[in-house]
Ligand binder design. Structure first.
Ligand SMILES: NC(=O)c1ccc[n+]([C@@H]2O[C@H](COP(=O)([O-])OP(=O)(O)OC[C@H]3O[C@@H](n4cnc5c(N)ncnc54)[C@H](O)[C@@H]3O)[C@@H](O)[C@H]2O)c1
Length: 326
């Protein structure tokens, strides 16, 4: 049921998902070429991998097509991305994400190799019809709200991959991640709410909830995310298809309850310090009220099975992140 790819090129290898994926591939004897420009990645995430003879790290910019000259792999997993416009810029998100996708698509078509692309659950936007399956509609807000630039950049890339499959036979797999967390997560908002809540709780500071905290998310522990990515790389049924990669839908949780859970794990028996920040303070902003995945497709087609309960995964993330502060 699996293909025997021996060498995988990862863009964004010093980031959260990339570094965990590289480790899993190397642990399985697969050669890895990893590229990162450290714009949002960290040397510490890949330090332990550098001694491995099967790992080649290249510090370079994925926006530059020359980066890929002379590199040979069986698959490219394209993770490098600009993420949240609020913390960078909508223009950067739109420009960088489309340019990087175009470079990788071109390389994969030229070399006749597979492209595995990281998309996001954010593309489902505000669709009130839950849960989100791979064929669900995308319901985004107006273009004047810049948060949607991220989803739009990923939708553009998805369509670009599919169009290149139709016209030039590109072999692709699209992965739609739902909030992943764990070891090597970015310890700021770039890494998601759990990162910031851990930092605030560690410092005995106020956890700030956007709005009233009633919005929900379904989080995915990084080992489950990596399990999904491995299926999307190696499983022979993964080609030319789209898969949600998420934790157990039963673990959907409000952001307020997430704050309480993290506080309770780190400061048991004490009253959580929680402050609500009205959405109006973020300017022209829209949030997604509920985000619930349907993971039946990846379960039935690729044999994916999320294993981690939220509280157990959070314990691992807390242990890892608080070591950074000591
Ligand atoms: N982490 C999640 O929960 C999540 C959810 C949905 C989608 N995604 C997608 O998954 C992918 C990986 O996410 P992540 O959380 O690991 O992000 P991350 O920011 O931790 O990692 C991305 C890496 O790409 C690198 N990078 C960015 N631009 C680059 C460039 N021009 N050249 C070279 N390297 C560059 C950054 O330095 C960083 O190390 C992204 O495409 C993201 O949009 C992640």
């Amino acid at each position: 049921m699996t293909t025997d790819y021996k060498k995988v090129l990862i863009t964004g290898v010093a980031g959260f998902v990339g570094s965990n994926l590289a480790k899993a591939l190397l642990d399985n004897g697969v050669e890895v070429i990893g590229i990162d420009d450290f714009s949002h990645g960290f040397k510490r995430n890949i330090e332990s991998l550098l001694a491995n003879k099967k790992f080649q790290f290249i510090e370079a910019d994925v926006r530059n097509e020359n980066t890929f000259k002379g590199l040979n792999a069986d698959v490219i997993v394209h993770l490098a991305s600009q993420k949240i416009p609020r913390y960078s810029s909508a223009l950067l998100v739109l420009d960088d994400n489309s340019l990087m996708t175009k470079n990788i698509v071109k390389k994969c078509i030229n070399d006749k190799i597979k492209m595995v692309f990281a998309s996001t659950s954010d593309i489902y936007g505000k669709n009130p019809k839950l849960p989100y399956s791979e064929t669900s509609d995308m319901l985004l807000g107006p273009t004047t709200v810049k948060r949607w630039a991220y989803a739009i950049s990923k939708i553009y890339s998805e369509q670009y991959l599919i169009a290149n499959h139709e016209e030039f036979g590109l072999n692709y797999t699209i992965m739609r991640f739902f909030g992943s967390y764990g070891t090597n997560q970015n310890p700021t908002w770039w890494g998601g709410p759990q990162s910031v809540f851990i930092e605030k709780t560690y410092n005995d500071d106020f956890i700030e909830l956007h709005g009233d905290g009633s919005q929900t998310r379904t989080f995915t522990y990084i080992d489950d995310t990596v399990q999904g990515v491995m299926k999307c790389i190696f499983h022979e049924n993964s080609s030319n298809d789209i898969f949600n990669i998420a934790g157990d839908p039963d673990s959907e949780i409000t952001i307020k309850d997430l704050a309480h859970l993290i506080w309770g794990l780190m400061r048991p028996g004490t009253e959580p310090k929680i402050k609500c920040i009205p959405y109006s303070t973020f300017g022209n902003y829209e949030d997604v009220q509920r985000r619930l995945p349907d993971i039946n497709k990846i379960k039935s087609k690729l044999g994916y099975e999320p294993k981690w309960k939220l509280a157990e995964g959070l314990k691992q993330a807390i242990e890892w992140q608080t070591k950074l502060y000591k």
